[in-house]
Design a protein around this ligand. Sequence first.
Ligand SMILES: *Cc1c(COP(=O)(O)O)cnc(C)c1O
Length: 425
Amino acid sequence: MTDLVSMSLMARAEALMPGGVNSPVRAFAAVGGGPVFILRGRGARIVGADGTEYLDYVGSWGPAILGHAHPAVVEAVQRAAADGLSFGAPTALEVEIAELLQERYPSLEMLRCVSSGTEATMSALRVARGFTGRDAIVKFEGAYHGHADPLLVRAGSGSATFGVPDSAGVPLGMVAATATIPYNDVAALRNLFAREGQRIAAVIVEPVAGNMGVVPPAPGFLAAIVESCRKHGALSIFDEVMTGSRVGLGGAQGLFGITPDLTCLGKVIGGGLPLAVYGGRRDVMSRVAPLGPVYQAGTLAGNPVAVSAGLATLRALDQEAYAVLEARGAALQEGLTRALRDHRTVGTVQRVGSMLTLFFSAGPIRSWTDAEGADRGRFASFHQALLARGVYWPPSQFEAAFISVAHSTDDIALTIAAANEALRG
Ligand SMILES: *Cc1c(COP(=O)(O)O)cnc(C)c1O
């Protein structure tokens, strides 16, 4: 299926890089056929190594919310680069992005820039543990928070269990204090707090799950997390690395009107360059070095080129942009849902704003247990059929598709037509 140029590049890549890639999902292992190597992108489209054009629904896994090579972002990056790439000293740009983020996320009373989502969640956990003096953390099954040791746990099903690592190379001790409970399960959360409340430093949650496919929070779920934490002296951490500046101007916390203690941002806020942020309550963030005893640092943190890309991206995103994203998302969801029905295919399309997943399962999908039941074989053939028709869909059943403001109504119509053909088989 994949073009010959990409196949030959993959052969060279596999000789030197594990799986031929620098991040596992890029290898297309879940859908087969081998990855397309990308030459360039512009707007909603990317061009593969042999010159084939694709309509892109990966968008660098979220950051490309304005489409690829947006002129304002490219210009900001070029201007910043010409003035020097990195100083390891403060710049005005960092103050500007901190002020802009604080305006959009009032919960960010203080914040710190880092270079990846993984760093943001890892650091947020450290400061939560440092602030509370407690060790245990709670995450939800099927949620991904980057690849830091204590978060690489999915653990058992159903009842709360303290963790077993998901990855080789993670010592048991690193995850022994990580409890995992089902997403959207308020009863499990309350039970866990009733039993272990005094040990829990933090609960970390994707306020809209995106890493098991898109799973919206059930009404009351996020509020229950924030309340349980407050009641037991633990901290709530919203991992908005995916949802931040994606589901709305102020992320999921703005969309749902819920204020967490700490927040992690990444992806969109860097506009395609390595930039992430963690922050929140002033009393908590005041524990971070050099103000406090929680150590965290970064040679390239707040890098002027990355911050410039982020600022240009955030400034181009206004309420009107989110209205466009919502309209395109709704149209795609409706078209795909109709296509499933017309072709008598068992499936459900779940969406929040411009992030969306077509699950080959009757649904609704509320948790990892539900998501796991989806038909991965059916997804793989759907993915291949879309690719053959010029639609580059995320290469896993358990990933979100991302729409950008560069996706036109014609692009959405084209995608729905391709999906109809793909489902016809
Ligand atoms: C992508 C993602 C991360 C990890 O971010 P990286 O920049 O890949 O390290 C963490 N949390 C969530 C919710 C994510 O979607």
